[in-house]
Design a protein around this ligand. Structure first.
Ligand code: GLY
Length: 390
């Protein structure tokens, strides 16, 4: 590795990642593990404050399936299939347990209207080759005894699972640094360094330059408004607010054993007894307020499917921003500026898509490819004709 520490110039690194959420960490970890010299810059002093830290961690290629999104389904399934081995590797490398579970998801209908919606989605899931099936109320309650007696049935989505995103990010960070990646936290960026129209790294706000052959931006929703990036290079990403609750339950007697999902809420149990209740979907720009209405809606809807949530201790409520894109696909690949790539825009699937994104971006850069392999549909070029961006 050719890095120096904290002089006026560091590098040149093979790769500089900007953004230390789960996606940036996955890219850094994958590249460092493959032998690249890697630096990662994040403006937060400690991990926290980004979408990773409020995410419930549902790994839900089935739960997130919608009509007309076959490319997203394929990427989601491909990334879900990387999770089991990755979590075993991370655990043996770092000793950090990610809380990964492939216990399926239960899409519960609290009333007849929602039952009709779930049955229609089940048709789509089965047409898409997914292992999902309808369970009547009795069968659903055998699987999850705390479900309300008044539910109208449920879809069991066998391919879904969950992970603790914070532990996953911690494990990726630890693994990346063990492979030699250098993490610079609490550092703002002042400008992109350009040489003959090629990106060559960044200048930090406190002075030093971090030189790199390739720079990857993984700043989540912020990527759409980076002040130090030319407007033409900013991807079309908007913040989509989500409010999330954290409750404390008994790990020895969990309220549920898998993600319980209805139209307006999901309840995700963690191995340590915590229960995550998420999430509102709000188009309110950069407003991060936790509102009484948001908390009320989440608790009301959770109570409809799992009345015992009322007994759990309320730990906290928080809000974060999903990086939304015009077509709900992520934005992963090279920009028109050589040496500058994007790994962002994962909207509702950042935690799920992190392993695939890490592998695809590291592979693209290592092999000098034009597109991120396995994520071609996410290439930034699809927006070029629209607005002259990215
Ligand atoms: N992945 C679930 C959400 O974005 O709320």
């Amino acid at each position: 590795m050719s890095s120096q520490t904290e002089t006026d110039r560091s590098g040149p690194f093979d790769l500089l990642v900007v953004g230390g959420g789960i996606v940036g960490l996955a890219v850094a970890r994958e590249a460092a593990a493959a032998g690249a010299s890697v630096a990662l810059v994040d403006r937060e002093v400690v991990r926290g404050g980004d979408a990773t830290d409020v995410a419930a961690g549902m790994l839900a290629p089935v739960g997130e399936l919608d009509f007309g999104e076959p490319d997203l389904l394929k990427m989601n399934l491909d990334s879900a299939s990387l999770y089991p081995d990755l979590c075993v590797e991370l655990s043996s490398e770092t000793g950090i347990e990610t809380g990964y579970r492939r216990s399926g998801g239960l899409h519960v209908a609290p009333d007849a209207d929602e039952a009709a919606v779930h049955r229609r989605m089940l048709e789509l899931q089965v047409e898409s080759g997914l292992d999902s099936r309808w369970l009547g109320p009795g069968r659903a309650r055998e699987l999850e005894p705390a479900l309300s007696p008044s539910i109208h049935g449920a879809v069991f989505a066998a391919d879904d699972g969950s992970v603790d995103p914070r532990m996953m990010a911690l494990a990726l960070e630890e693994s990346a640094t063990r492979s030699g990646a250098i993490l610079l936290r609490g550092r703002e960026i002042a400008s992109l360094l350009l040489e003959d129209d090629r990106a060559r790294g960044v200048r930090l706000a406190d002075g030093p330059e971090i030189l790199a052959d390739e720079t990857v931006l993984s700043c989540g929703a912020e990527t759409g408004r980076l002040s130090w990036l030319e407007p033409d290079l900013r991807p079309p990403i908007r913040p989509v607010k989500g409010q999330v609750l954290e409750l404390a339950g008994d790990p020895g007697d969990p309220i549920c054993h898998r993600a319980i999902v209805s139209e307006r809420v999901y309840v995700v149990p963690r191995p340590d007894g915590r229960v995550i209740v998420g999430a509102t979907v709000e188009e309110k720009g950069w407003d991060r307020t936790v509102t009484a209405g948001g908390v009320h809606e989440l608790l009301r809807e959770a109570y409809r499917v799992l009345p015992e949530v009322a007994e759990l201790e309320f730990l906290r409520a928080s809000a974060g921003f999903r990086p939304g894109t015009p077509d709900n696909l992520p934005i992963v690949g090279r920009t028109v500026c050589s040496g500058l790539s994007l790994a962002t825009g994962h909207y509702r699937n950042g935690v799920l898509l992190a392993p695939l994104t890490g592998r695809a971006v590291a592979g693209m850069l290592a092999d000098g490819l034009d597109h991120a392999p396995g994520m071609e549909a996410a290439d930034p070029g699809r927006f070029r004709s629209r607005a002259g961006v990215v």
